[in-house]
Design a protein around this ligand. Sequence first.
Ligand SMILES: [Fe+2]
Length: 221
Amino acid sequence: MLAAPFRNTAIRSFKTVPSMVRTKIVLPDLDFDFGDLEPYISGQINELHYTKHHQTYVNGYNTAIEQLAEAKHAGDVKKTIELQQHIKFHGGGFLNHNLFWKNLAAPKNGGGEVPATDSALGLAIKQQYGSLDSLISLTNTKLAGIQGSGWAFIVKNTENGAIEVVQRYNQDTVTGPYVPLVAIDAWEHAYYLQYQNVKVDYFKAIWNVINWKEAEKRYTK
Ligand SMILES: [Fe+2]
């Protein structure tokens, strides 16, 4: 007689375990202090960008994943479909910003130091674009062409080995054959406090703190 309730309890416990142990994503550690990218990106921008904006994507993703688990458990197909957009937006925002922070370095720690001309990345850029300046110019054109919010990525296309510049809207990220080498945030929150409406100045300035060593690492991985 005691076996039945015991069995039910055991089953209930088993079913709750997956949601209890579900791993939540968290903000990554930064390799620099907020003020280290000045004068190119102000400390105030970095602080808000990291502690408020990036944190929002972390929270949004964790909430959406939790809701997805509940919707799946309840067999609510409509809700699972509805949540896809939240997962794409917040998950993309999380990943894009992780790339962005890793792509930046203080000038005292190599920020802005261009790839060596005899490095794998340096040689590929020279061969395809003639010079790093041409690649930067193309990237700035793509960034300036974003209507509203979005990103530009310098990527390696693993299907043909080419280095390409791709533009994405909102928090869409790069997947599939594209390995992101450099990710640049063109949302207003990334520059407005310092550059106001002159976003092209932000796009020009950011190259002074780009971490090309990280790009090289991703290119040769
Ligand atoms: Fe951002």
